[in-house]
Design a protein around this ligand. Structure first.
Ligand SMILES: [Zn+2]
Length: 265
């Protein structure tokens, strides 16, 4: 069991003893959508839900740890533990109720130090995860496999801070080379994903691109939930790209997705 020396330890039980071990390969940042303290969050994990994160960072930068980093915590769906025994370590952070606020300077500094420790102690590589299973650093909203049907956590302000301040800060503090700029466009999430009625900021971003390309069949929106209006709009885009018949049925494929250049969310 590994405990971060700079964290206040408040172990959540019985999860701490009962849940399976993991070999941590990822660190995933979250916003909890509540202006809570570390103690209040501990009580919430203990009393009100089966979920829990490994860590919590208060507005003032105080770090709390509820589960050892080699034990599964349940905040990241399929990234909690994979069949090969690897899993993600999760960090919740205090935020406003809609998690639209930026991280405080104290939170940023604490997140960078924690990231460095995860790199040095557990060998998490100094890169942003390139897929849902790729070792590295990420945020909860980056991959739909990390949540039930997509999540907006953390909000746009913190997502920007993650890419521009927190992750580069971890690399710098760990003595690594500056990272290559993150890819500008979102990779194709797979054909099957769209058929699961996903709810994700990626759907909104896709919709905005379709509107910009004059391929809108939206009455309202676009919004985060995949709807028939998304499919009709996407079908227009497919026809624009020269597809016809069943190839222009509105279900996204890789070629048209890549051509659409949907920004990273
Ligand atoms: Zn989250």
């Amino acid at each position: 069991m590994a405990w971060y020396p700079k964290a206040r330890r408040m172990e959540v039980q019985p999860e701490g003893d009962a849940q399976p071990t993991i070999r941590p390969t990822q660190l995933i940042f979250h916003s909890i959508a509540a202006p809570w303290t570390g103690r209040r969050t501990y009580e919430y994990w203990r009393d009100s839900t089966n979920l829990e994160s490994h860590f919590f960072v208060e507005f003032g930068g105080g770090v709390f740890q509820y589960i050892g980093t080699q034990t599964r915590a349940d905040a990241n769906m399929h990234a909690n533990r994979r069949s090969d025994g690897t899993g993600a370590v999760s960090v919740e952070t205090a935020s406003n109720l809609k998690h639209t606020d930026a991280w405080t300077d104290a939170q940023i500094s604490a997140l960078i130090k924690l990231g460095v420790w995860m790199h040095q102690y557990h060998g998490v590589p100094l890169r942003i995860c390139r897929s849902a299973t790729d070792p590295g650093f990420g945020t909860h909203r980056m991959f739909s496999q990390w949540s039930a049907g997509g999540t907006a956590c953390p909000g746009d302000a913190r997502q920007r801070q993650f890419r521009e301040v927190v992750f580069p800060g971890i690399v710098k503090a760990a003595g690594g080379k500056p990272p290559k700029p993150a890819p500008k466009y979102a990779p194709f999430p797979g054909a099957g994903w769209f058929k699961s009625s996903p709810r994700s900021p990626l759907i909104t971003a896709m919709g905005k691109r379709l509107v910009a390309e004059d391929c809108s069949a939206y009455g309202e929106g676009p919004g985060p939930r995949w709807t028939d209006a998304d499919r009709k709009s996407y079908a227009k885009w497919q026809r624009r790209r020269g597809f016809t018949g069943a190839d222009a049925d509105g279900w996204p494929g890789k070629a048209t997705w890549d051509a659409l250049k949907v920004p990273q969310v």
